[in-house]
Design a binder for this molecule. Sequence first.
Ligand code: GDP
Length: 304
Amino acid sequence: EVPQDDERGRRAPGLVGRLFGRGPAEAPVMRRTLDDAMIESLEELLIAADMGVDTALRVTANIAEERYGRRVSTREIKELLSEEIARIMEPVAKPLPLYPARPQVVLVVGVNGSGKTTTIGKLASQFRAAGKKVVIAAGDTFRAAAVEQLQIWGERAGVPVLTAPEGSDPASLAFDAMAKAQADGADLLMIDTAGRLQNRQDLMEELAKIVRVIRKKDPDAPHNTLLVLDATTGQNALSQVETFRKLADVSGLVMTKLDGTAKGGVLVALADRFGLPIHAIGVGEQIDDLAPFDPDEFAAALTG
Ligand code: GDP
C-alpha cells in the first residue's frame, strides 16, 4: 500500500523515507548500513511502486554494487536511485517528432477513460499556439459523448473538429478528414479512435481500415500513433501497451494523470521493457496541463 498525504496536507514519506522507516526523506539525514535486509526492502518498495520486478531488481543490484556494506544516508540513496531511474528514462524522453508532411497525421489510441480526448485537446492547443494549422477528426463515432467532448476541446483550442453521424464508419470519416486537411493545407491532423477493448478483433480491423484509407492519400500516414495511458492504472499500463502494439503500430506514449497521487513508477517498467518514446505527460484537466517528459524531475518525484 502506497501511503497517502494526510488530511493536514503533510506529505507522505516517499520511497526513500519509507526505506529508512521513519518520516519523509527530507527529514534528518539518517544513516543505515546497506545490508541484505535493506536491499530487500528497497526491492519491495520499487516493485510496489509499479516499476516491475525485473527493473526493480536490476536497479537495486546496481545500487548494491556501489554501496554494499557501507553506511548510507537517505540523501545518498535518494540520489543513487534517482540517477538509476533517470538513466533508464533519458532515452525515451522525446517530444512528438514533427514531419514536413501536410498534414502530419497523428493517430491517437488508448482505452476509454485514459485521457485521449483531453490529450488531443491539449496537443491541439499547443500546436496551434506554435502557429500550426490543426484539424481533429472525432473517430470514435460510436460514442456520442466522446464526439461531444472532443468538440468542446476543439472550441477551447480553436481548432475545427470533423465529425460523422453516430455509428458511421470511422475510416470513412478519417478519409474525409484527410482530404479536408490536405485541401486546407493543414499541418497536423489528429484522429481520435475508439477505445473499446471488449472486442479486440473489431477494434483491430477498425484501426487497420483507418490506416489503409488514409494511406490512399499519403502512403507515409499515420506519421505517429500515440498510445495514451492513465498513470492511475498502475501495472495495467504494461498490458495495455502489449495489447495496443498488436492492434496498431504504436510509435509513442503519453502518460496522463500524473498530477494525482500516482507517481507513475510503471513508466520505468514501460521504458525498460518497450523503449517507446514518452512524448508528453498529462498533469491536470486543464488545456495547459500537458508537459514534456523530464527524466530528472520524474525520477526526483518518484524517489522523493
Ligand atoms: P478518453 O475516454 O480516453 O477520451 O478520456 P478523456 O479525455 O475523456 O479523460 C477521462 C477523464 O480523465 C476526464 O475526466 C479527464 O478530465 C481526465 N483526465 C485526462 N487527462 C488528465 C490528466 O492529465 N490529469 C487529470 N487529473 N485528469 C485527466
